[in-house]
Design a protein around this ligand. Structure first.
Ligand SMILES: Cc1cc2nc3c(=O)[nH]c(=O)nc-3n(C[C@H](O)[C@H](O)[C@H](O)COP(=O)(O)O)c2cc1C
Length: 291
């Protein structure tokens, strides 16, 4: 048994140990708007439901350990007192991860993650169209846990309207736990797909992924690529050039042989096999070489 006195370790180390020990944690995919009306979307796994009457959800955007700065979501929740909390299922997990990229103020993470913006009925922030459940919330209170890096801020949200996709309901109108296919956050890069088990997603690029909005149209509108595929393809700093892709195929003659004379659908299916193996570079080279 090792014993940790929080006062004797760095906040970064303690943070890692806390997150490794407390999980799987549900994910609040929180949509807010700033006082200029700019949309913002980010995930938070310091999250849960705390009351049914009134219906209360709480999530916690923390002060950054590295520089004690605050997150846009917290600033927006304080400024506008409204949040939409969307739940995250497996189908949108890569796009959710991409949306956690620390894009500058005013960048719309719905667009970066390639997720649909659905108007809410009782609050101004948008709902994530793809999320199986969306909670429109008023912020009753924000309680700061401290004023140093790593300090959480409890955003106490009262649900004023809850939307549930019919496709996740069972015959009795209850939420079917297999159909909803929720994912949760664990320590390190680990996630848990509740109805299957653990899987990993590397943290998004700190150098800022290009985002789904910057993908070539034939990729964005591909009938083959899923939202998760797009999330992976968009988490790169830049695309290979045509010359780089051709040079890549020259070295990888087996891949070249498989895609010579292939049509767009075949190319996308072939690239998708590499995305499934988390080999995004090869997927991009295959796509670009054939453009
Ligand atoms: C699955 C997941 C869960 C996260 N949970 C939290 C959390 O509970 N608290 C937090 O401060 N940041 C959390 N983050 C990091 C934020 O999403 C990230 O800092 C984001 O850029 C904040 O965006 P904002 O500045 O637009 O609010 C999480 C990231 C991921 C991918």
């Amino acid at each position: 048994m090792i014993t940790i006195d929080p006062k004797t370790v760095t906040t970064g180390k303690l943070h890692g140990m806390l997150l490794g020990a407390v999980g799987p944690r549900p994910i609040a995919f929180a949509s807010t708007i700033d006082d200029q009306g700019n949309a913002n979307l980010s995930p938070f796994s310091f999250f849960n439901v705390f009351s049914a009457n009134p219906p209360i959800l709480i999530f916690s955007p923390a002060r950054r350990v590295r520089d004690n700065s605050t997150k846009h979501t917290l600033e927006n929740a304080l400024a506008t007192k409204e949040v939409v909390i969307n739940v995250v299922n497996y189908d949108i997990v890569q796009q959710m991860s991409l949306s956690s990229t620390e894009y500058p103020t005013g960048v719309n993470e719905f667009e970066k993650a390639g997720l649909g913006m659905l108007a809410s009925e009782k609050v101004k922030p948008f709902r994530v169209a793809e999320a199986p459940v969306q909670f429109e919330c008023k912020v009753n209170d924000v309680i700061a846990m401290g004023d140093e890096g790593g300090a959480g801020n409890l955003v106490i949200c009262e649900v004023v309207l809850m939307h549930v996709k019919e496709e996740v309901l069972d015959a009795d109108g209850k939420i079917d736990q297999h159909k909803i296919d929720l994912v949760a956050r664990m320590g390190g890069n680990w996630y848990s797909r509740a109805n299957r088990g653990m899987f990993e997603i590397q943290k998004p690029l700190t150098t800022l992924g290009i985002g789904v909005d910057q993908l070539p149209e034939e990729i964005r509108l591909s009938k083959i690529f899923t939202g998760n595929d797009l999330g992976k393809l968009a988490n790169v700093e830049k695309l290979p050039t045509q010359e780089e892709a051709v040079a890549f195929l020259k070295i990888n003659s087996e891949i070249k042989a498989q895609i010579t004379n292939a049509n767009e659908i075949e190319i996308h299916k072939f690239a998708q096999q590499y995305l499934e193996k988390e080999d995004v570079d090869t997927a991009w080279n295959i796509i670009v070489a054939n453009q």
